[in-house]
Write a protein that binds this ligand. Structure first.
Ligand SMILES: [Cu+2]
Length: 148
């Protein structure tokens, strides 16, 4: 009986270690304050992967829809579009989302994003599953995350 228990504990431990070595870390989640009339917003995060993974989707209680978007300058015009098939994350190459690049697009904002508040965000990864973070809301038009 004692032997069986240790085997179970060992199995549980190695599963946890495995999840960690192939998992993803989502850090520095932030957003920008929105005007009361705004129906859209964006959240920026940094994603570091322990193994190859793919960010396939996102959700937040403050918006009807959240999509992974990429902004690009095309003929002098800033355009953005959903990332088709999800955003691949490679170990050793963190993805730094930022204004003008990758972002989590919030569509159908249910409430204004208030400076200093925290917005819950769930990111869904192909392998790591759901990762929950809180994005801190910076001032309107901020170009980088608020200092802690
Ligand atoms: Cu967008």
């Amino acid at each position: 009986m004692r032997l069986m228990l240790s085997a179970l504990v060992l199995a549980a431990l190695s599963t946890a270690a495995l999840a960690q070595s192939t998992g993803v870390a989502v850090t520095q989640a932030w957003s920008r304050a929105s005007t009361p009339a705004a129906k859209t917003g964006a959240i920026y995060v940094t994603v570091t992967a322990g193994g190859p993974d793919r960010l396939t989707g996102a959700s937040t209680p403050v918006a009807e829809t959240a999509e992974v978007h990429q902004s690009k300058m095309t003929n002098g015009v800033m355009e953005m579009r959903p990332v088709e098939g999800g955003l691949a994350v490679t170990p050793g190459t963190p993805i730094h989302m930022a204004p003008g690049g990758y972002h989590i697009m919030l569509l159908g904002l249910k409430q204004p994003l208030q400076q200093g508040s925290h917005v819950p965000l769930t990111l869904n990864f192909e392998h790591a599953g759901a990762v929950n973070v809180e994005a801190v809301v910076a001032g309107p038009g901020a170009s980088e995350p608020p200092r802690p």
